[in-house]
Design a protein around this ligand. Structure first.
Ligand code: ADP
Length: 384
């Protein structure tokens, strides 16, 4: 059982750089939280404050209801796995894994049982006598995880644990972490700059920029309801298309999005949300996911400049009045000519258009948590 409560956490380094502002998060027992964002946004600093490796400048950190701001790292019941593995090179895998338990003066027989049990789970039993240098990157990473696991921590912290691995191994280890998580069944906090890792591993994702948390939500919530342009652009592959120069229009009590002269009457839900906020017509940046574009009809037009055939799907770059619009189309049932130079008509369902205020970059509909909650209720009602 391990709940973590992070309240108004602030980190100001000696050089007066504020790396983390006002971080708030309630982590449920056994939840898998991913902190994601570009390099330098404050992810590691946040994690290190939770581990006790950095002082907390202000705010409170509770683990299972106990204030731990001033508790030493070793007494927080937390284990951390680092990007560079941090294994002792002169010790065998067995001794690396046993080290923390020996320090705690755990009886030898108990250490032996625990190390072997964890080695079995991680499939590294055959390497127990080897030194770290005789292991591959993926195997070393497993040892690092094992070393943390033997301590039965209440909270498992991982700082970019896969970023030293090549792409193929990273995919494999990602799948292993998903399986491992089921076996360990504890609370996780995982830092990465990789949106795919965040989307596939997290129960909830915390997305940060410049030391500020921008949004907290499930992967689907962040994908469907990004609160601002930054979240919209960071989450999702390929990146969302942004149509600058678009307009939100209001005629006879109805809202429309005008994208490059094509006018879309917004969905009932969007109408309601905008009306509730008393939204006035304004300049917007319209956001459309590459996967949500349909071709063969519609008032938007362009010329195919790049066509990448991937078998089941084809990725296109279409020049639409000077803008590069990316589309991901399923090849099954695709009747259009999508070769380079082809002219395409395309469109999107209005409910799938994201409306960002040009001035602030905020999503006119999903800007605050309350509206994200509203969206959840909406999804349930309308099977969105
Ligand atoms: P991330 O993990 O998202 O890449 P970090 O938490 O490492 O970001 O860093 C956040 C900010 O804090 C950066 O601007 C970084 O330069 C600064 N920073 C990190 N560690 C220190 C330190 N020990 N002293 C001063 N500034 C630091």
């Amino acid at each position: 059982m391990a709940e973590v409560s992070i309240r108004n956490l602030l980190k100001v380094y000696d050089n007066n750089i504020t790396s983390v502002h006002n971080f708030n998060l309630e982590i449920k027992d056994k939840e898998f939280i991913v902190l994601v964002g570009p390099s330098g946004c404050g992810k590691s600093t946040s994690l290190r404050m939770i581990a006790g490796l950095e002082d907390i400048t202000d705010g409170e950190l509770y683990i299972d209801g106990k204030l731990v701001n001033d508790i030493a790292p070793k007494d927080r019941d937390i284990a951390m796995v680092f990007q560079n593995y941090a294994l002792y090179p002169h010790m065998s895998v067995y001794d690396n894994m046993a080290f923390a338990l020996k320090l705690k003066k755990t009886p030898r027989a108990d250490i032996d049982k625990k190390v072997k049990e964890v080695a079995e789970i991680l499939d590294i039993t055959q390497y127990l006598d080897r030194k770290p240098k005789a292991l591959s990157g993926g195997q070393r990473q497993r040892v690092a995880i094992g070393r943390a696991m033997v301590r039965d921590p209440k909270v498992f912290l991982m700082d970019e644990p896969l970023s030293n691995l090549d792409a193929k191994l990273r995919n494999q280890m990602r799948a292993e972490i998903i399986k491992l998580r089921k076996k360990i069944d504890t609370t996780f906090m995982y830092v990465t700059h990789d949106q795919t890792e965040a989307m596939t591993l997290g129960d909830r994702i915390v997305i940060m920029k410049d030391g500020y948390v921008n949004q907290i939500g499930t992967p689907q919530e962040l994908f469907d309801c990004p609160v601002n342009l930054f979240v919209a652009g960071f989450i999702g592959m390929p990146v969302m298309n942004f149509f600058d120069g678009s307009k939100l229009e209001l005629k006879d009590g109805k809202y429309y999005a005008n994208i490059k002269g094509a006018v879309f009457e917004l969905s009932e839900f969007q109408q309601k949300a905008l009306a509730q906020n008393g939204q006035q017509p304004c300049d917007i940046i319209a956001g459309v996911r590459p996967q949500y574009i349909t071709v063969g009809e519609g008032d938007l037009h362009g010329e195919v400049e790049v066509s990448e055939m991937l078998g089941s799907e084809v990725d296109l770059h279409v020049n639409c009045g000077g803008d590069d619009v990316v589309m991901v189309l399923q090849t099954m049932n695709l009747e259009e000519d999508v070769s380079i130079g082809a002219q395409l008509d395309f469109t999107v369902q209005p409910r799938l258009i994201q409306l960002f205020d040009k001035a602030s970059g905020n999503n006119l509909i999903w800007y605050d948590q309350e509206s994200v909650d509203r969206h959840e209720a909406h999804c349930k009602r309308y099977d969105f």
